[in-house]
Design a protein around this ligand. Sequence first.
Ligand SMILES: Cc1ncc(COP(=O)(O)O)c(C=O)c1O
Length: 481
Amino acid sequence: MTAENYRSALPHSAELHHRVQQVLAGATGHDSWRLNPFAPIFVSAKGAYKHDVDGRSYVDLWMGHGSLLLGHGDDEVVDALCRQAAQATHLSGLTLPMIEWAEAICALVPSAERVRFTASGSEAAHLAFRVARAFTGRSTIVRLGGHYHGWIENLLTGLVDGRSIGLPEDAGGDIAVMAFDDLDAVEERLSAGDVAAVFIEPGGGGSGALPWSTSFLARLRELTERRRTLLVFDEVISGFRYSPGGVQALAGVRPDLTVLAKIMAGGMPGGALAGLKEVMSVFAGGSKLADGRLPIIHAGTFNGFPPSAAAGLVTLHRARDGVPQRMAEGSAALLCAGVNAAAEARGLDVRMFQNSSTVHVLLGATAAGIEPEPSRESFALIAEQQAAHSELRRQLLIAGIDMHASHGWISQAHCPAVIEDAVARFDRAFEAIVNLGAGAPFVANVCAKTCFNATCACRARVFAGCDLPLADAAGEPTAKA
Ligand SMILES: Cc1ncc(COP(=O)(O)O)c(C=O)c1O
């Protein structure tokens, strides 16, 4: 039934799925874009909206996986890109934009004294592994459960339960995965003296679904310093979003290395490893080090790609006063309030919460007694309810919202009028879910009686224990439940 509604709402995308299956491996380009029975095919975007091959518009809450802080097609970014594309896309060497890009990063990020560009965040995290091992002469990396650092080989270790096929038998052999909230255990592990670095998403793992705190980061800094272990902040999401200088500027905790991507490249591909001068000295030129070993080997055809530098420079320039970040964060708060009110009015157990300007959706949290906030429980609930999140995603697409199955990113382009529109679209999706008679986790403890509440539009069902007045078959109010 839902699949049919979805298919008839997006007929051209449905038709194109046949071609997708013929040429795209796994019928997608990114695991999180996959959706049954097919994913929409997009053609264009501007501001906070994007459009598909059926000519439908969507409020975009995906926003280039969080890379588009200024929104789609920002005029200044587009101008800079066009100018750079006309001038040169690739000069096989150093360029002025690359120097300025590195200068902008060093000016904003407290721990950035030297920068090495890559083509993606995964590559930058991979490079951080190598730099940490080269600098310390140790091999073990500690990473925290639920914190994401990209898809490459051992960066995936401990991210998901079970093993992905295709990884070498020993992938992750020198990775120690620790609980994200147990600093005593980390302290004990560091005491073995073999740990090169501790990796963390300082703004909260799982794109901000897990919590973070200044005191946690400060203690981790103290523990790593005491053991001469490097502290690596993966600020691919939080960098330039939580504040112009990322979480490290907000928390006043300086890591040794910082992994960057997304906003830094203004919606274009790009990443960077930034770090303290002393640590980044492992890149020092020359064919051999004093002890005879070779320096770090690092290449990459698209490192410091000039068009990415052009888009990134405009974005970092505009983000340096914190205005886009504050606007996005304010809009995220408005969205959460609106979505939660709409869900409640329809008797749905759907809750949205924010971490900076990322938003997360929980299904069944009230029934499970889980607060809508970053926590171990929220994170686990999202993982448990994947099928229901896909159902919500289909309904949101029909209603004109595109977001990742459980989270989204808000940009400066999501002004209050866009948020109002987004909330109305969420409400349409909620209405459809109610009309489809969805059960748990959307509706907790369903009561057979009909809701009768002048301010409530659902008039369908209420939670057991609800003290709203109820209606009889003719719609007249009766005694309370
Ligand atoms: C925290 C974090 N680190 C690393 C990455 C990998 O970046 P990329 O997708 O550019 O390879 C991501 C991507 O979402 C991320 O969220």
